[in-house]
Design a protein. Sequence first.
Length: 439
Amino acid sequence: MSGAPSRAIVPAWDHTPRAPGAGPRHVLRREYFGALVYDRETCEYVPYDREAASFLLSRREAPVAPASPAGAGFLAALEREGVISGSGRLAARVVADRSADDRLSAPLTVYLGAAQGCNLACGHCSTASGPGPLGALEPEVMRRLFSELHDLGCMQVHVSGGEPLLHPELLPALDPAFELGLNVLLTTNGTLVTEELADELAKRPFRCVSVSLDGASARANDLVRGAGSFARALEGLERLARRRPTGVTATFTPALVGKLEDLVRLCERAGAASLSLRPALPAGRALSRLDLLPSQGDFEAAARELDRLQESSSIPLFHPPEVPHQETKAFVLERFGCVAGNLVCSVTPSGQVSPCALLGPSFDAGSLREHTLHELWERGRPFTRLRLLEGNEKCWSCRHYDHCGGGCRARALHATGDLDESDPWCKWEPREGALLVLP
């Protein structure tokens, strides 16, 4: 409909002023292709080739006028973006050069599990969390991690669990990340959000807070998340939404088939700022609840339905593209594989670092208690293993390969037992001139 909300930026992202003393808006780090510049206000990494990166770095000291009209135009564009100041100097923090020939110098985002325990035991939980030992990550380990991420120019941290709000020291433990200017995103099941906790969460500059809801009614949601979870999560969502923009993340299972419009309307009534839909994946507890994994066809139909509902919705609605990375800047991934170990990594509540939590503990590279994140990112065996994957002829012959890279490695491993196979949810189409044509 005319005036439909923009999906350019998730409105659940908070745009409050940056913390005093947290540094400039932009952060530049050198990479094998040139440089990445992170914009802390838009939460985006912007790539620059070697020539452009050299130009940017040359503006740190005694900038001179561009020698060509093209250079002048480029400089003007950079000034509009705030990367270059009005005086012509680079307005970005430049991190130490750790560039490598065959990989990014550091991840773009770190997924941090703050606590293993959870007050729920969702059937599709990718970490098999539930009531039991809390397994909270020590604040000191978090503080060292945040300091290292700042030094590496990795500016996004996505905090989850288990249930992160069970961590007794979570908010004080996250305060150093805010002070350093990292963009912190939080996902919670919402059931523990009291009025007092909502106040404390709203005091802190989270870039995004999201509550998990998997149905528009107690019957649908609690089938997956447990009895009583719907009412408590909805209360938590409403409390947060009254104080700050708060999104909803819904994990798509067969219980949501035909119920998406009900969920959209519920989110609107509750004051949610957005709704994001993702499929349940074969990891954690879901490996023993395969009935909760949607078919590819059902999820694609749900994505089309969400696009249709966007026409009448007052909030932005999101879902992954059919071709992975089709609408992202994943060009920096120039090999077979997915984002795991190439663009992102995970830290478990026990301090283990892995390319992706969905791959399971056999892919743990080592502990932050014994190594730095950069050491494990650079030389950890599971990271090296994923970066040396060669792929397969089906993927190589697909016209989407440059975007997709073969798709989700966790889904491929579960379906075939082979990391080099294609994602079973792939959208294979023949590349022009490809010798191999498969059905």
